[in-house]
Design a binder for this molecule. Structure first.
Ligand code: API
Length: 290
């Protein structure tokens, strides 16, 4: 079975072209594939198929709002095998792969996700790297909540970007102090507020139209970047700055993206790199739990 490997600001993914949607993508298989010792290693898996084919195969029960049967659909899985509604870095890599593989001939098209339709623009491709903008849809504020990281309580803004986030803007936090924060363990959070878990972002306030952010992702752990997380972080940082909209450069350990929030919706622009492609050993793949 063919695969490709790519990343968006070092949030990395195994891409599985599965145009007939015949691959049984069990949790055991996804977690093996994402394991950095016994598999290829990644933060998540992106299965590539058209939305209607995934409905016919029973992978999707119905077409999500705004997603048409002929739209390419990013069937996203976290490294632990769990399904998530949306992946902002993943959509950039997914769109880049479609263009680079010739599956998509247009530079502007719609990618379907469980959170709905996500229009993309693949601005330019140079070698292994592309510059991609994703329309990330509505950014919905959920109210304030807290998370405890390394014994320290942070207050944040719950934000729905199709998936759940708690974006904690810490006024006195410097980029250096953020880098020193111990994020090796999962933050404690209010499970009654976030019934389906949450991605937790810790970030500095806006300085020179930018923020520094780190993230502990639901279903993965600390990642070097989280695209939906950068959108949540930008929205929370703007709110903390007394603004409902604006453009924010979000620096993450894996690089930098630009988030624009306007009229309650956001766009995310950043790089995608396609690192490699290859084939999975069939006997290895079939030996994994069903
Ligand atoms: N872990 C996230 C999904 C991946 C999000 C992240 N990789 C991104 O780029 O948005 C969740 O369970 O909601």
């Amino acid at each position: 079975m063919q695969f490709a490997k790519g990343h968006g600001t070092q949030n990395d993914f195994v891409i599985l072209p599965d145009l007939d949607a015949t691959v049984d993508l069990t949790e055991a298989r996804v977690s093996a594939l994402c394991d950095r010792n016994r598999g290829i290693g990644a933060d998540g898996v992106l299965r590539v198929a058209r939305a209607g084919v995934l409905v016919e195969a029973g992978v999707l029960d119905v077409l999500p709002d705004g997603v048409a049967a002929d739209h390419w659909f990013m069937d996203y899985r976290n490294a632990d095998g769990s399904v998530a509604e949306m992946c902002g870095n993943g959509v950039r890599v997914f769109a880049h792969f479609l263009r680079a593989s010739g599956l998509e001939s247009e530079a502007e098209f719609v990618v379907g996700s469980r959170a709905g339709a996500r229009p993309v623009i693949v601005h330019a491709v140079s070698g292994a790297t592309a510059d991609v903008t994703v329309a990330m849809g509505r950014v919905r504020e959920l109210g304030t909540s807290t998370a405890t990281v390394a014994g320290r309580e942070f207050t944040g803004l719950g934000i729905d970007v199709g998936n759940p986030h708690l974006a904690c803007v810490s006024d006195e936090l410097t980029a250096a102090a953020l880098a020193d924060l111990d994020l090796t363990s999962a933050p404690d959070f209010d499970a009654s507020f976030f019934e389906h878990g949450v991605n937790v972002e810790i970030l500095t306030p806006i300085r020179d139209s930018g923020v520094d952010m780190r993230v502990y992702e639901r279903g993965v752990g600390e990642t070097r970047s989280c695209g939906t997380g950068t959108v949540a972080a930008a929205a929370a940082a703007l709110r903390a700055d007394g603004r409902a909209e604006g453009e924010v450069r979000v620096r993450v350990p894996g690089g930098e993206v630009v988030v624009t929030v306007a009229d309650g919706s956001a766009t995310l622009r950043g790089p995608s790199v396609l690192v490699a492609s290859g084939s999975l050993d069939e006997s290895w793949w079939s030996s994994l739990g069903r």
